[in-house]
Design a protein around this ligand. Structure first.
Ligand SMILES: Cc1cc2nc3c(=O)[nH]c(=O)nc-3n(C[C@H](O)[C@H](O)[C@H](O)COP(=O)(O)OP(=O)(O)OC[C@H]3O[C@@H](n4cnc5c(N)ncnc54)[C@H](O)[C@@H]3O)c2cc1C
Length: 611
């Protein structure tokens, strides 16, 4: 068994920042990651980091834009923390050597982004994430922080008291991709989940194949509530054939969207009369699909994004990467022709419920980055607000886990205080992961064990599960199950949602769960067994898909990225609340907790959101 003070699961922007912060506090910290750090998906981020750096801008304006963008489902203490700390953390990156783009006067450049009232998106060409990841990786190497890379974490080692609020996370179990060894890792102080996105729940996504929602699913099965899972961001400009992202920076620099009649539809049809193409992402995605549904799309599928008028010099200077992406993945040279684009799954606003210090309701379990929900993005994330979330909340989680004395959080976690029980009318039974022994809460069996024993017990259970998969001679392969879920989610739980389609998705997920009981791994080898790993990821996809769909079915309103055919308006009287889902003995339980709109100096009164 390996042992460290703090174990960070994941080596993207959030994980690296958390590890550096824990190290700053003197902790013995290690990162365990299924990918080498610089292959993490943060490297794909293109457009930039929002930070109120300039005269004329303020953290208060950034917070206002973020709350408005969230459709008033963000929690003010988290939103204000993000906006106050982002400038400092962005400057820290600059001091560590991040190669930001610069204006002629030498200042770090900033550009407009969707839903922002000030051009506050700081960037490094169209490779901001790549620069950020490499800058922080250098800091990691400089500090000699231990990385177990190509170790796939499959389970959290959490004690199993009845109430999740009484449980403690003592470590993790991970599978060494290179050798096939399954090992326990004991965390003396805490485990920080920084496992990123869950885009593989859909079949058209900007996310990498590694983004299978592992951290969210593992925390959920360990009893940590997951929050606002129904809020999935569909980015308006993805390439139709692959889902590859064309950054919002293109529209930020002045790129224009056209329908098949050459009309600038954002204005022509009144979708966003002020900001047009730079309205927030949910607004632009719905506008594009409305154009397609009303027969004004191109090939009944997509619209055009044109940036030719910006001129080659400016495009090469600020968006060079986009020329390559469009040429390589769609065969279109954007210097000569408009790019075809359509909405694609991009980001999860929800995730593991945390407070402003990254803590969950389980002692010693933290989450940061895209897998966490503090909640900063509420119903819709503004472009450029995810990267600051990584560096702000990654750092806070790292400091807290390492024992730094920090201000008590205002956000509460777990079922405490003012929570509201809920029912959802599901057409099928929910829950039960595909393989036995997945849920941690198995009746208090580990409640009285020492930390080492809890890790050993989790290790034994996980070895059994993996051996079972490797020994089974026939059955169904994960790819078939995964494909069914991805297709159903893309068809039924997309930008436009309606009750019957959501119920169809739940039926499909149920069927997929039943098939998963008979899943087997054809490749019996112990080294680099991607068949086995993807089979394990598929169980996460099942749990995540269900959590998104259940939340979407229950939320009878239209807020942010969640549009419902039957309820086409925001219903603040009933729905100013977070959707919470807890996994109790294999059965998901839905409940709600209130949104916090009271900030430090003001209350964010919900207003009609127009752009
Ligand atoms: C194409 C694209 C462009 C984007 N552009 C922007 C932008 O310009 N600005 C912005 O603000 N946001 C942007 N975003 C969003 C933002 O980049 C992501 O939300 C953010 O980078 C996620 O960082 P993370 O550290 O949470 O996760 P990631 O960077 O995805 O890292 C996850 C880490 O977890 C590890 N991991 C996962 N599962 C396991 C497991 N089971 N065991 C062990 N390790 C595991 C992985 O190996 C990886 O190291 C973009 C997103 C995409 C997809």
């Amino acid at each position: 068994m390996y042992e460290h003070d703090v174990i960070v699961v994941g080596a993207g922007g959030a994980g690296l920042r958390a590890a550096i912060a824990a190290h700053e506090e003197g902790a013995d910290v290690a990162i365990v990651s299924k990918l080498h750090p610089v292959r993490s998906h943060t490297g794909a981020a293109e457009g930039g980091i929002n930070a109120a750096l300039r005269e004329g801008d303020s953290w208060e304006d950034h917070a206002y834009d973020t709350m408005k963008g969230s459709d008033y489902l963000g929690d003010a203490p988290a939103v204000e923390t993000l906006c106050k700390d982002s400038p400092k953390e962005t400057i820290q990156l600059e001091h560590w050597g991040m190669a930001f783009s610069r204006d002629d006067d030498g200042r770090v450049s900033q550009r407009p982004f969707g839903g922002l009232s000030f051009p506050r998106t700081t960037y490094a060409g169209a490779e901001t994430g790549h620069q950020l990841l490499h800058t922080m990786y250098e800091q990691l190497v400089k500090r000699g922080i231990k990385v177990y890379d190509e170790w796939h974490v499959t389970r959290l080692a959490v004690s199993d008291e009845d109430d999740p609020e009484d449980r403690t996370c003592h470590g993790i179990v991970a599978y060494d991709v290179q050798t096939g060894k399954i090992e326990g890792f004991r965390a003396r102080n805490g485990v920080i989940l920084a496992t990123g996105g869950l885009g593989q729940v859909y079949d058209h996504t900007t996310n990498a194949v590694a983004n299978t929602g592992d951290g969210v699913a593992m925390a959920y099965r360990a009893g940590a509530p997951i929050e606002d899972m129904e809020f999935i961001q569909f980015h308006p400009t993805t390439l139709p054939s692959t889902g590859v992202l064309i950054t919002e920076g293109v529209r930020g620099e002045g790129g224009i969207l056209y329908n098949k009649h050459g009309e600038r539809f954002m204005f022509e049809y009144g979708y966003a009369n002020n900001l047009g193409e730079l309205a927030s992402r949910d607004v632009v995605s719905r506008a594009e699909l409305t154009e397609v549904n009303e027969g004004r799309g191109i090939e009944d599928e997509y619209v055009h994004l044109d940036m030719r008028h910006l001129g080659e010099e400016r495009i090469v200077d600020r968006l060079e990467n986009i020329i390559h992406l469009s040429e390589d993945f769609e065969g279109v040279n954007p210097l000569e022709a408009p790019m075809p684009v359509k909405p694609g799954q991009h980001y999860a606003m929800g995730g593991v419920e945390t407070d402003e210090n990254g803590e969950t309701c389980i002692t010693g379990l933290y989450a940061a980055g895209e897998c966490a929900c503090a909640s900063v993005h509420g119903g819709n994330r503004l472009g450029g607000n995810a990267l600051p979330e990584l560096i702000v909340f990654g750092k806070r989680a790292g400091h807290h886990a390492a024992g730094k004395d920090m201000k008590d959080a205002e956000i509460t976690t777990g079922k405490v205080g003012d929570y509201e029980p809920a029912d959802v009318e599901s057409p099928v039974q929910l829950g039960e992961a595909g393989l036995g022994g997945d849920a941690v809460a198995d009746g208090g069996a580990t409640a009285d064990l020492s930390g080492d024993e809890v890790v050993q017990r989790a290790l034994d259970d996980e070895r059994e599960t993996i051996e079972h998969l490797l020994e089974k001679e026939d059955g169904i392969q994960h790819a078939e199950i995964r494909e069914r879920v991805q297709k159903s989610m893309t068809e039924h739980v997309n930008v436009f949602r309606e009750e019957e389609a959501l119920k169809d998705a739940l039926r499909d997920i149920r069927e997929a769960r039943e098939l998963y009981q008979d899943v087997y791994v054809a490749d019996k080898s112990r080294t680099f067994n991607t068949d086995l790993l993807q089979t394990l990821e598929t169980r996460n996809i099942l749990d995540i898909a269900e959590s998104i769909t259940v939340g979407a079915l229950a939320r009878n309103e239209f807020r942010g990225a969640h549009w419902r055919k039957e309820y086409q308006e925001r219903r603040d009287e009933e729905w100013l609340k977070h959707t919470m889902l807890s996994w109790n003995d294999g059965e998901p339980e839905l409940w709600y907790k209130p949104v916090i709109l009271e900030g430090e100096n003001k209350t964010y009164e919900p207003k009609i959101r127009s752009y």
